[in-house]
Design a protein. Structure first.
Length: 166
């Protein structure tokens, strides 16, 4: 079976989906929220931790290098991270950047390999461990593509071409 760009791209996406990724956003979110809660007066903290009352308290958004942490409960109008939490957050941000770089490199290398061959057989010979991410036949590969049958009929039913234009 000859490889199309669509099949190659689907192959790369499927393989990349199986690479484990750590959710740094959740970890950063949890650190910030817990740090902000420590700054709240005890009575306000009780209200924030009560799910029925929480909706009456306005939370703020906190932005950190591409991440948005919503509903940070703060005393006053702004939140400043404590030095200890700031160090932890910066370490997590560095790890997140390393993960992105690593994933990009993996994807680039796999994509280069997929685009260096023209047939399924050649790609399987090159990377036998990745065979499960390739469709067995062209019919199976085309099943995942959008159906384009009866496009003209559908357009005509919708009133195409506009009156007076042919």
């Amino acid at each position: 079976m000859r490889l199309t760009n669509t099949i190659r791209d689907a192959f790369v996406r499927a393989a990349m989906a199986d690479v484990p990724k750590k959710n740094f956003e959740k970890d950063i979110h949890d650190l910030i929220k817990e740090d902000a809660k420590k700054l709240l007066p005890p009575k306000i903290l009780e209200l924030v931790e009560d799910p029925k009352m929480r909706e009456f308290i306005k939370g703020h958004s906190h932005y950190i290098r591409g991440y948005t942490i919503n509903n940070v409960w703060v005393y006053g109008s702004a939140y400043e991270r404590s030095p200890k939490v700031n160090t932890k957050v910066e370490a997590l941000l560095c790890e997140a950047e390393e993960q992105v770089e690593s994933m990009n490199k993996l994807q680039h290398n796999l994509r280069a390999a997929a685009y260096s061959v023209t047939t399924r057989k050649a790609l399987v010979e090159m990377l036998p461990e990745f065979e499960k991410y390739l469709p067995e036949t062209e019919a199976k590969a085309n099943r995942s593509l959008p159906v384009v049958a009866n496009i003209v009929a559908d357009f005509t039913k919708a009133g195409w071409p506009a009156k007076g234009k042919k």
